[in-house]
Design a protein around this ligand. Structure first.
Ligand SMILES: [Zn+2]
Length: 277
């Protein structure tokens, strides 16, 4: 395609939008047909411009792009299909949506091979599930688990990560062996750097690997189960793939803030003082 260009209409999710010059916008798009595409949208920073809405971050749009080989594409036309209002007005959901988009940008950086159709469909399904009030932390965890292979990480769930025995249940996760371990291996806790599992975590994670986020129905997890699943996946991504999501840290901080009982906040607030110099 060197020297020539072609126009294509693509289904996109705008992962990132940055001002460029005085009026232009640089966008990073997740497209269903071509994976990640970077493009410039001329004059899209101007509110009356027809590209202003369809190139906003966290918007699903049908964009017409002029593609020119390896260089930056150009957005020539756009129609906004969904701007996820329900996610934008809820601070927790908004921060988790950002974490999902950050995760996808990391998949791209890692060079991991993944079908663009599957990635696009899973991310869109995840955002839809967040909107339908599925826990945003669970949605992120499900996407983290399904994308682990893209980062070259394989977490053993069906077989013991240490001895290879078939697992019927598991009570421990070994960071040394990179997966769940059987009851026999679980006694070697210190040697295998074992985390003792909250009951239910292994079973739920196995179910998560068996279906995609769009195929998951109603989810009812105890907070401690969801918390440990989220923590395990976060540590796996960090330790095995070097990926740490800034938005997820913000989300956890927000959660900590909301989860503090009001009386305790009040009690702490009354002790706050600034001393005199
Ligand atoms: Zn074992």
């Amino acid at each position: 395609m060197r020297g020539s260009s072609m126009l294509e209409s693509l289904q996109t999710l705008v992962l990132q939008a940055r001002p460029y010059g005085e009026a232009h916008r640089l966008v990073t798009l997740l497209t269903r047909e071509r994976g990640i595409v970077r493009a410039i949208a001329h004059r899209a920073q101007l509110q009356h411009n027809q590209l202003y809405a369809p190139t906003q971050e966290l918007g699903r749009s049908l964009l017409q792009l002029r593609l020119t080989g390896d260089s930056l594409a150009t957005v020539t036309q756009g129609t906004l299909l969904d701007n996820y209002t329900e996610l934008r007005v809820d601070m927790e959901k908004l921060v988790y949506s950002s974490a999902v988009m950050e995760l996808v940008l990391n998949v791209d950086r890692s060079g991991g091979r993944v079908s663009s159709v599957d990635l696009f469909d899973d991310v869109i399904a995840g955002l839809d599930r967040m909107r339908q009030s599925l826990s945003p932390r669970f949605v992120l965890a499900h996407l983290q688990l399904s994308l682990l292979p893209c980062f070259g990480v394989a977490v053993g769930i069906s077989d013991c990560a240490h001895c290879g025995a078939k697992l019927e249940r598991s009570t421990g996760f070994s960071f040394k062996s990179g997966g769940f371990v059987c009851a026999d291996c679980a006694v070697r806790s210190a040697e295998l750097r074992l985390i003792t599992l909250v009951p239910g975590v292994w079973r739920v994670m196995r179910q998560m690997t068996e279906r995609r986020i769009g195929q998951t129905g109603r989810v009812s997890l105890r907070p401690e189960t969801e918390e440990q699943i989220s923590a395990l996946l976060t540590v796996c991504l960090r330790d095995y793939a070097g990926v740490s999501l800034r938005s997820q840290r913000v989300a956890e901080q927000l959660k900590g803030l909301y989860d503090q009982p009001l009386e305790r906040n009040q009690e702490c607030a009354e002790k706050e003082r600034l001393g005199d110099a």
